[in-house]
Design a protein around this ligand. Structure first.
Ligand code: ADP
Ligand code: MG
Length: 292
């Protein structure tokens, strides 16, 4: 049966916006030694915006933006939404026969435009060597500013690059700092490239980061963290995060996250506020002292 102190911790947490799905999770939170965070939508707001674009001089800018926008319209990825929104200024381009749009999770999206093959996505998806050399290697310096880089390839040639910036949530830095003071290790998991990941981790004050992390690799990284740190929580918001949430000692979902993440998690942060985790840790610690 559930102890009165546990019940009171659950109800006090709920009032502050942290929903525990059972008493055992309160106990587990007090033992957590490391927390892994998904980047997009968890540490950041998850609404990236296009900040810079570069189009190959042989190509008509309007046409490239219109095509990329039309292709990304078919994808629900936050980057795709931003690239589509950016393209709505270029609606004077017609007669595009775009077909066979295929999204490749963790990589990008491909399609046919008339009989040309187009690919939009990360460097590894369009070919790293050409991607990093595009426009005098501009990708590197944009990534150093914490921007995500998306390349556009048409028939084996890089024709454009988008840089997108997603802002860190208001309470992220404070939350990470407080966790570190409590002796909790913080790790960021992201599908983004090494350079961007490093810049965002520094901005957020995160101890470690794992970049180029494919959606189905998150589970293995969480398992590895469990051997390194014993008791590990995972915080995420996306459909792709659900398996990782389930494989952590404690799965924590952002309240505005996808249904699957909310369902899989043991704890839900109602207001998307990471700083509530530290409040809950304090409460769980107090509760355990009372129970024992
Ligand atoms: P994260 O979950 O860290 O935001 P993903 O694993 O979804 O990243 O994607 C990794 C990388 O693949 C992105 O940073 C981007 O470069 C590329 N990518 C994925 N999906 C798309 C898309 N629909 N359009 C353009 N690029 C994409
Ligand atoms: Mg996410």
């Amino acid at each position: 049966s559930i102890m009165p102190a546990t019940l009171s911790a659950i109800s006090n947490s709920a009032k502050s916006g942290v929903l525990f799905k059972g008493g055992v999770h309160v106990e587990n939170l007090s033992h957590i030694k490391a927390i892994a965070f998904d980047k997009t939508g968890t540490l950041t707001n998850g609404t990236p915006e296009v900040t810079d674009t570069y189009v190959h001089t042989d190509w008509e800018k309007e046409k490239v933006f219109a095509i990329a926008g039309a292709i990304e319209k078919e994808s629900i990825h936050p980057l795709a939404k931003a690239i589509y929104a950016f393209s709505t200024d270029y609606t004077n381009v017609h007669d595009l026969n775009i077909h066979h749009v295929t999204t490749v999770s963790g990589h990008g999206v491909s399609a046919y435009v008339n009989d040309e093959t187009w690919e939009i996505g990360k460097a590894g998806f369009v070919g790293e060597k050409d991607a990093f050399n595009f426009h005098g290697g501009v990708a590197k310096q944009l990534a150093e500013q914490g921007k995500t880089i998306v390349f556009v390839k048409a028939n084996d040639e890089i024709v454009a690059l988008y840089a997108l910036k997603d802002t860190i949530r208001n309470n992220t830095k404070q939350a990470i700092e407080t966790l570190k003071k409590h002796g909790v290790h913080t790790i960021m998991l992201t599908g983004d490239n090494e350079t961007t990941a490093k810049a965002i981790a520094a901005e957020a004050g995160i101890d470690h980061y794992i970049a180029e992390c494919l959606p189905d690799e998150k589970v293995n990284h969480v398992k590895q963290l469990r051997t390194d740190y014993e008791n590990v929580a995972m915080v995420g918001d996306g459909i792709n995060d659900a398996p990782a949430l389930a494989s952590a000692n404690l799965g924590i979902a952002m309240g505005k996250g996808t249904d699957v993440a909310l369902e899989t998690a043991d704890v839900v942060l109602m207001k998307n506020d990471l700083s509530k985790i530290t409040n809950a840790i304090n409460l769980s610690g107090r509760m355990n002292r009372i129970v024992k």
